[in-house]
Design a protein around this ligand. Structure first.
Ligand SMILES: Nc1nc2c(c(=O)[nH]1)N[C@H]1C(S)=C(S)[C@@H](COP(=O)(O)O)O[C@H]1N2
Ligand SMILES: [Mo]
Length: 366
């Protein structure tokens, strides 16, 4: 479906929600379009690129209506390699602590990295002329979601300062190809460092305004509610608004539950600092976090995850391989998902953890 690999982990067929197997993500800095996770709240719109229009309005001196050719001819082309991570990534591990009803149980791979091509949103905003009272930039799309109350197109906003940062794109290309429909083609917003929900796909309106968007997916959903609040009773403004991604990491190889031979085993995965922070160090443990070794960071970038790997010496028996990242403010990930539990299961950024069955030569369990 949607030109994805046949071995995607499909959480929902309609709307289509899927993430790759850990092995498909492991060791590849750029995620191929057929492997990139996808999160949809409604049906994927079928938009004709030549008929697509972007309206730029609100607190601007000169409202604009731009087609794809206008974007390409009037503004310089930009390329940004950026990781997207869903705020619900790793929810399954939080659900294991205490159930999170009604939300997709994403694993560790609702996280992927692509090279995006488009124009800087800041160039478009400069051409429209942002007025003095502006503080936020809202994005609206045409895919109507029945999950919203009332049903509405998907939308969200980011603070003006982020919208005016050069890494934020109106993107029509992904990994050198036209942006696939399922990823927001013809044109989407890409907000590097922010939760995936702010990278609005099929964007058709950019509004400069004084307050954050009142769209359901900004004002009600994608908010971190207190543990004792019934999510069905939550209204606009409850809980904490999610913007910059929290520091996170996980193990991609070996897979959880894998049988591995005793001796040296290579483990690898990703770490992602989010916001405009960077990953400073990645530690790995084979005894559940009692002792640690430093992983080697093999690839990284300013708006991307980093890939790490380490070689562990494993004795026969059960092993609990754990990873934790540190960022450039010397903050580390929290140990476990329990204390982070929240009713909609966002921001599980606890240590990554896989359990391995280490067998002595000959295959006997230790
Ligand atoms: N219009 C629109 N934009 C959207 C969404 C959506 O459902 N509709 N989902 C958001 C969420 S929650 C995420 S995590 C990212 C996922 O982007 P992807 O499908 O390209 O991976 O898109 C965001 N943009
Ligand atoms: Mo998301």
């Amino acid at each position: 479906m949607w030109d994805k690999r046949s071995d995607m982990v499909v959480h929902e067929a309609d709307p289509y929600n899927a993430e790759p197997q850990v092995g498909a993500l492991d060791g590849r800095f750029i995620t191929a379009a057929d492997t990139f996770y996808t999160r949809n709240h409604g049906p994927v719109p079928d938009l004709e690129p030549t008929r697509w229009r972007l309206r730029v309005d609100g607190l601007v001196d000169r409202p604009l209506v731009l087609g794809l050719d206008d974007l390409r001819s009037r503004f310089p082309e930009r390329h940004v390699t950026a990781t997207l991570q869903c705020a619900g990534a790793r929810r399954a591990a939080m659900h294991a602590v205490r159930p999170i009803p009604g939300e997709a149980l994403w694993g560790p791979t609702a996280t992927s990295t692509a090279q995006w091509t488009g124009v800087a949103l800041s160039d478009v905003l400069a051409s429209a002329g942002v007025q003095g009272d502006a503080a936020h930039v809202a994005f609206d799309a045409s895919d109507v979601s029945e999950l919203a109350d009332p049903p509405q197109g998907f939308g969200g906003s980011v603070p003006l300062a982020k919208a005016c940062s050069e890494e934020v794109l109106l993107a029509w290309g992904m990994n050198g190809e036209p942006l696939p429909a399922v990823h927001g083609g013809p044109v989407r917003v890409v907000v590097p460092g922010y939760i995936g929900a702010r990278s609005v796909k099929w964007v058709e309106r950019v509004t400069v305004q004084a307050a954050p968007s009142d769209n359901y997916f900004q004002a009600v959903a994608y908010r971190l509610l207190p543990a004792d609040l019934d999510p069905d009773a939550a209204g606009p403004g409850d809980g904490l608004s999610l913007g910059p991604v929290a520091l996170n990491s996980d193990v991609l190889h070996p897979a959880d539950g894998a049988v591995v031979p005793a001796g040296t085993t290579r483990v690898s995965g990703y770490a992602f600092a989010g916001g405009d922070r960077s990953v400073a160090r990645v530690d790995v443990s084979s005894d559940g976090g009692s002792t640690w070794v430093q992983a080697e960071i093999t690839e990284s970038g300013p708006w991307t995850w980093c890939l790490w790997s380490a070689t562990l010496l494993l004795a026969p028996g059960p092993a609990e391989v754990v990873v934790r990242a540190w960022d450039d403010t010397a903050a580390a990930q929290p140990e476990s998902a329990g204390p982070l539990w929240n009713p909609k299961g966002y921001v599980n950024n606890s240590w990554g953890r896989v359990r391995l069955d280490v067998r002595a030569a000959g295959g006997r369990p230790g």
